[in-house]
Design a binder for this molecule. Structure first.
Ligand SMILES: NC(=O)c1ccc[n+]([C@@H]2O[C@H](COP(=O)([O-])OP(=O)(O)OC[C@H]3O[C@@H](n4cnc5c(N)ncnc54)[C@H](OP(=O)(O)O)[C@@H]3O)[C@@H](O)[C@H]2O)c1
Length: 215
């Protein structure tokens, strides 16, 4: 599949690109700054020399991809994606955004947001197919390609079409076990759990994730 990353230069976006590149997908690295995209692309080529990697701006990245991962700070999501509304029509979007706040060394979910980021995107981009996932999968785990992943991948989605495409994509990656958690409005629940994991990570110096027992 052709998979784009906005941005493909940040910690999560680049790590996702590496993990999906490992499964031989075509990778499109998007950045506001093409030289930054090239730098990230070259770092990935050093790890995965045989993978097709193209580097460009956000618009070209969207146009060339079937599936676009959103890995942006929450504060810029609306401003960066609104100008791409037309290009994002008909595309599958995997939203990984967590609206985080760090105050006096403690992580919490940003206060005052009434809806989940993915529900917000569903309303902002009505002609795109939104999936909410990967919030609890750390870039550190995605990047450690020598280590087998064994992660529950919590996801939220409203419609069958994006769900089928997402599951088809995830099936190509070893060690990701998809767990359906409901509709996009409910992904507000995971936005509250990520700060919990980050505070635990700080205490123990580890990268933790969520495992669902009993399924
Ligand atoms: N890090 C993780 O392990 C992890 C795990 C799960 C989910 N997430 C989520 O993924 C998102 C990105 O996190 P991250 O850790 O990858 O962040 P990051 O390393 O800071 O990367 C964010 C990227 O956003 C782009 N960007 C666009 N407009 C920006 C602006 N005005 N200011 C700063 N950056 C801007 C930048 O790419 P260009 O300059 O190339 O455009 C930058 O590389 C967050 O919502 C986070 O909650 C992260």
């Amino acid at each position: 599949m052709k998979i784009g990353f906005i941005s493909g230069t940040g910690k999560e976006g680049q790590a996702l690109a590496i993990r999906f590149g490992l499964s031989e997908h075509s990778i499109f690295i998007g950045s506001r700054d093409i030289s930054k995209a090239e730098l990230s692309g070259n770092q990935i080529r050093n790890i995965l020399p045989d993978v097709e990697i193209l580097c460009s701006d956000y618009k070209q990245t969207v146009l060339q991809s079937d599936i676009v991962f959103i890995a942006l700070p929450f504060s810029v999501v609306e401003n960066q994606l609104t100008p791409l509304k037309n290009e994002l029509k008909g595309k599958y979007i995997v939203d990984t955004t967590v609206p985080l706040s760090l105050n006096k060394g403690k992580f919490t979910r940003l206060s005052g947001l009434k809806e989940s980021v993915s529900q917000f995107l569903y309303n902002l981009l009505p002609d795109s197919h939104i999936i909410s996932s990967f919030h609890t999968i750390s870039h550190l785990d995605l990047k450690r390609i020598q280590k087998k992943m064994d992660h529950d991948l919590l996801y939220f989605v409203n419609d069958k079409k994006p769900e089928s495409k997402f599951l088809e994509l995830i099936d190509t990656v070893k060690g990701l076990n998809p767990v359906k958690c409901g509709t996009l409005d409910l992904s507000i629940l995971i936005e509250h759990q990520v700060p919990l994991l980050l505070n635990i990570n700080k205490q123990y110096g580890k990268s933790t994730s969520i495992k669902i027992h009993g399924l």
